[in-house]
Design a protein around this ligand. Structure first.
Ligand SMILES: O=C(O)CCC(=O)C(=O)O
Length: 290
């Protein structure tokens, strides 16, 4: 993809002095104290044979065409550890475990979770009013969770399968989690828009463990633009991760500080997908706004 932008640039330049008969303007200037260094043509005595005819010539140049490329997204579809950026905030690191749950077990878990999680559709608020989230959600944790200006009530009644999955993820990753946001994308029309998991209750540099079941959807990431871009995301780096049935994605370090993510709607039909995002919520901030 290429985006050509013609930019207003200086349309010329002052070329160096053209001199005749060896006259040197700088020698004149340096000997005459109190005489300011002026452009050659201004300081010369008129009519002298020995005068310098040094001149500055303005050379016209065509305006430069600046080409900026929209970078192709980096596709991450293999197991591994990926440091996707480094900034003052730190390293943004992803760990991808494509078959964290083997397909046969994942099939059974998907069925259980789809049937037994108390799914509901949440109403959120944004500048242009209230809207229904294009997906179903459920919250587990001793503390409430607030995002997009609405609160999910505490729900300490963990489904045994979710507790088992949390324990397994903690064992493998070495991190501990006390909360879980569950998302059910019913079909290709369901989605989650660009955001970072950066609510105050998660504190700085949260680690998020995201486990997927069901149809594959693309988890898209885009780097937050630098101040010189004035909020324009056109040229930022992007990462696409197809998250399959049973895949675990771990986001660590500065990932939430420096990147946003989303799961967009699809143009082709998709079956249901469940995503479980394990987090650590801190009590002193829970209930605060995003
Ligand atoms: O469904 C996903 O993979 C992402 C979910 C997500 O971004 C979130 O719950 O904050």
């Amino acid at each position: 993809m290429e985006d050509k932008r013609r930019r207003a640039r200086v349309q010329g330049a002052w070329a160096g002095p053209i001199r005749s008969r060896g006259a040197s303007h700088s020698a004149v200037g340096s000997q005459c104290s109190g005489i300011h260094n002026l452009p050659a043509s201004i300081g010369e005595p008129r009519g002298s044979k020995e005068q310098s005819v040094a001149k500055l010539q303005f050379v016209f140049k065509e305006p430069a065409e600046v080409t900026r490329r929209v970078p192709e997204p980096r596709v991450i579809d293999k197991a591994g550890v990926y440091d996707i950026s480094t900034s003052a905030a730190g390293v943004s690191r992803l760990r991808v475990f494509p078959s964290f749950i083997v397909p046969k077990e994942a099939d059974w878990m998907f069925e259980q979770l789809q049937k037994e999680i108390p799914w509901s559709q949440k109403t959120n608020f944004r500048q242009d009013g209230f809207y229904q989230e294009p997906r179903l959600t459920a919250w587990y944790g001793e503390l409430p969770y607030t995002y997009s200006r609405t609160m999910m009530q505490p729900n300490p009644h963990w489904h045994p399968l979710l507790t088992m999955l949390k324990d397994h993820i903690e064992e493998v990753t070495g991190y501990t989690f006390n909360s879980l946001l569950c998302n059910l994308y019913r079909n290709d029309k369901d989605s989650i828009d660009w955001h970072s998991d950066s609510e105050p209750s998660l504190e700085k540099c949260p680690v998020i463990a995201s486990l997927s079941f069901g149809d594959t959807r693309t988890f898209q990431m885009r780097k937050k633009p630098g101040p010189e871009e004035h909020g324009d995301y056109t040229y930022v780096e992007r990462v696409h991760i197809p998250l399959d049935h049973g895949a675990l994605l771990l986001m660590e370090g500065a990932t939430q500080e420096d990147w946003q993510h989303r799961v967009p709607k699809e143009y082709h039909s998709r079956e249901a997908r469940i995503n479980l995002t394990f987090r650590r919520v801190f009590p002193e901030h829970s209930g605060m706004r995003r």
